[in-house]
Design a protein around this ligand. Sequence first.
Ligand code: PMP
Length: 358
Amino acid sequence: MSRFMAERYAHLEAYTPGEQPTDMKYIKLNTNESPFPPSPGVLRAISQERVRELRLYSDPDCNLLRRAIAKQFGFEKQNVFVSNGSDDILNFSFMAFCDGTKCGVAFPEISYGFYQVYADLYGVDAKKIALAEDFSIRISDYCYNDRTVVIANPNAPTGIALTREEVEQIVAANPDHVVLIDEAYVDFGGESALELVKKYDNLLVVRTFSKSYSLAGARLGFAIGHPALIADLEKIKYSTNPYNINRLTLLAGTAAIEENDYYMENCRRIIENRAYLTDSLRALGFEVLPSCANFIFAKSDQIGGEELYLALKARGILVRHFTKEKIKNYNRITIGTMEEMQILTNTVRAILAEKSER
Ligand code: PMP
């Protein structure tokens, strides 16, 4: 840290993103990207002519993309906010809705690690709520109407999902606070809370193009909520970086939404491959949590979490290992193509066999 860094950030612990290695080609199952390319319309949308237009600023209102998203999900443009990845929307939401002096925030103790970082960044009082023994979220823990609630549904890194009814109970029990439901993984088998947005003015549903829409590298996320919540997020955006989505990403996102069926078919394949991997790892003695996401969370009594992560990495397969005490025996494995799932299974089998021979 330099001597110029603001005092209030001196002890900030930044988020550690999953590895994006450039040293060699891995089977990359560590950051929940899609194994499928963007749809043909996205490739067509990024023409040379459009690249030439990069000399111009992008549309800060993101009119076409917001309209396309609104139409796809049955809302008005005023219900839709778009930003540079859903991380950006979470960041803005912590700024806008978790003011330390007014309320603070509650989120599950085991969830997306960035929630804690944003809370620390803005000095927000964070109540971290333990999960049940089976890693599920106990909804009664979130029904106190005393702070902003942030829940990933399905949760990460467990993949376990709440039903729409359970989400509604939490939203209804917190009428004076925003309930942010982070639906990064909902297209892989969760129940979306989107339709509740029409009924509750305190619900913000956050989505991303990074997983089901194969656009992680484009950096694009969206949120759907009451127009007043969206206006608050716009205010933050216009107070930080109004052109925060580049022209090519706006085109890519609009084209992707227009080919929704292509992406939903890919999600169906991911769900199939997830069932295959879950069965294969269980057959090898793993405990695999029931996942509604494009990843599974698994552990084995025969090998430690870190040991398996390192052994897989040495054999060219990247998965995600977390060092937090309660989950350090697990690995989070992104669902890829069937071929990748077969290679992973065979590699895990070989690692376990080698270990038992030693
Ligand atoms: N929410 C959750 C639960 C996530 O796992 C991720 C991906 N790491 C994000 C949000 C952020 O995704 P992005 O910024 O790529 O939209």
